[in-house]
Structures are given as C-alpha cells and as structure tokens.
Design a binder for this molecule. Structure first.
Ligand code: CTP
Ligand code: CA
Length: 226
C-alpha cells in the first residue's frame, strides 16, 4: 500500500512526449500506418508527471486511455503531429519523440473512396517533415530524445540519426526481441549518442525504461546548464 513517492526532480519543467503511430490517409476509408502501441511514450509521459513535470502528450491513435493530470492531444497524421509537437515544444525543457512517424503520406488525398481497378496500381507518396530534425535545428536549451528501431547496423544508424537530427541521444531497439518493442510491455534498448558512444540497458518494463530515459535527460540538462 505504501509505495515510495517518486522524487519531484522534474518540478517546474515542461516535458513534451509524442507517442503512437501516425495515419496517412489515401482516401476517406484507407490509410498507411504501423503497429506502434504507444505504450513507451505513455510510460514516459506518466513518469514525467509523477516526478512533478508539466506534461504534454501528443499521441496518434492507440488503445490507451488519456493519462490523468497532463495535457493529451490526439492527432492522426504526421502533419498534425508536427503542428502539435512544434507548438508545445516552444517552452519545453525536454522533448521525447517516441512516435512512429510515417515517413511518407499520399501526394494527393482522394476526397472519395477509390474503387478497385483491374491490375496493379501505384500510389504516389511524398515525404513527411522530420519533426525531430526540425526541433534539432532550433534546439535552444531543450533536451531532445529520439527512438529508433533498426534491423541491422543499429548503433551506427542510430548515431548517424542523432547527429543529423541534433538529438542528445537515441534509444535504439530491434523488432526481433520477443515481448519488447511493438506492443510489448518490456523494452530492451541501447542508448546511442551522436558521437557513437553507446550503452546497452538491460531488458526492463517500459515504465522502468521511461524512468531511466528521464534520468539521462536530466543528466544531459544538468551538464548543459552548469
Ligand atoms: N521522426 C520524426 N519525424 C519523422 C520521422 C522520424 O520526428 N518524419 C523521429 C522519430 O519519432 C524517432 C526518430 O525520428 O524519434 C527516428 O525515427 P526513424 O524512423 O528511425 O528515423 P528516420 O530518419 O525516419 O530514418 P529511417 O529511414 O530509418 O526510417
Ligand atoms: Ca522513419
């Protein structure tokens, strides 16, 4: 019954978290998306709240209820996610991008349901904006954290992303670990910095990984402001 109170070490900070997938509609009834459950992002938002932060959670469509005591913004597309995150990030201290942002959207959104035609079809896709990179271009004092799921050369690819996007660190994981990543309650990640330095974290609950993530974000913030 008596669980120790979380330290209020994020008191006075604004933490912005993105979570879940985006949906890129092709027509009114069809979209491109991915299986992101949102659990990792919700865990980060809840841990930040419990540690005293003001939290804005921007989430794509997921089967999770709104957590209490934070601002929850429900979006669908990457363009909507971008507007909500960039807006909330203006006065943010820490931004954590766990959202699985679709890299492309339909070049043309059809206003009516498209009937099938005989034979093959192709869809013209156009790139979505890179929200983390955009935040990195105007970083200020903010701590920026990304996630990356890779199938190969994970550390190299994640370090290149951290460098390119000006993120302080990226948590890397692999889709092959059972019970982790998409939909699971656990996660096994490697912390990767832009300089290629990295550290494997033991497999743990997403709640525990969220706690460690925010510990590391606070450490980065402390190094920057002292
Ligand atoms: N991200 C973002 N905006 C995008 C795509 C990705 O903000 N349009 C963020 C994700 O939320 C994540 C990080 O960037 O925190 C890495 O995402 P990932 O898909 O691994 O990176 P990409 O640059 O899209 O590279 P890839 O070609 O491997 O998909
Ligand atoms: Ca991507």
């Amino acid at each position: 019954l008596l669980t120790p109170a979380a330290p209020r070490d994020l008191d006075g900070l604004h933490v912005v978290v993105s979570a879940g997938p985006t949906r890129e509609y092709l027509d009114p009834v069809r979209f491109i998306s991915n299986p992101s459950s949102g659990k990792m992002g919700f865990a980060v938002a809840e841990n930040a709240r419990d540690r005293g932060a003001r939290v804005t959670l921007v989430t794509g469509p997921v089967n999770l209820p709104d957590p209490s005591d934070m601002q929850v913004v429900r979006i669908e597309s990457a363009l909507e996610l971008r507007d909500a995150v960039i807006g909330a990030a203006q006065d943010a201290d820490i931004v954590v991008m766990t959202a699985a942002v679709a890299d492309y959207r339909a070049a043309e959104l059809k206003g009516e349901k498209q009937a099938k035609v005989a034979g093959d079809v192709s869809i013209h896709l156009t790139p979505n904006p890179d929200i983390l990179a955009e935040l990195g271009q105007n970083k200020g004092e903010r701590v920026l954290v990304g996630f990356a799921m890779e199938t190969h050369a994970g550390v190299e690819r994640a370090a290149a992303k951290a460098a390119h996007k000006n993120a302080d660190f990226i948590l890397l994981n692999y889709p092959t670990q059972e019970g982790t990543a998409f939909g699971g309650d656990d996660n096994q990640v490697t912390l990767v910095r832009a300089d290629g330095s990295h550290q494997d974290w033991p497999r743990a609950s997403k709640r525990q990984v969220a706690r460690q993530l925010l510990n590391e974000a606070l450490r980065v913030r402390g190094q920057r402001t002292t």
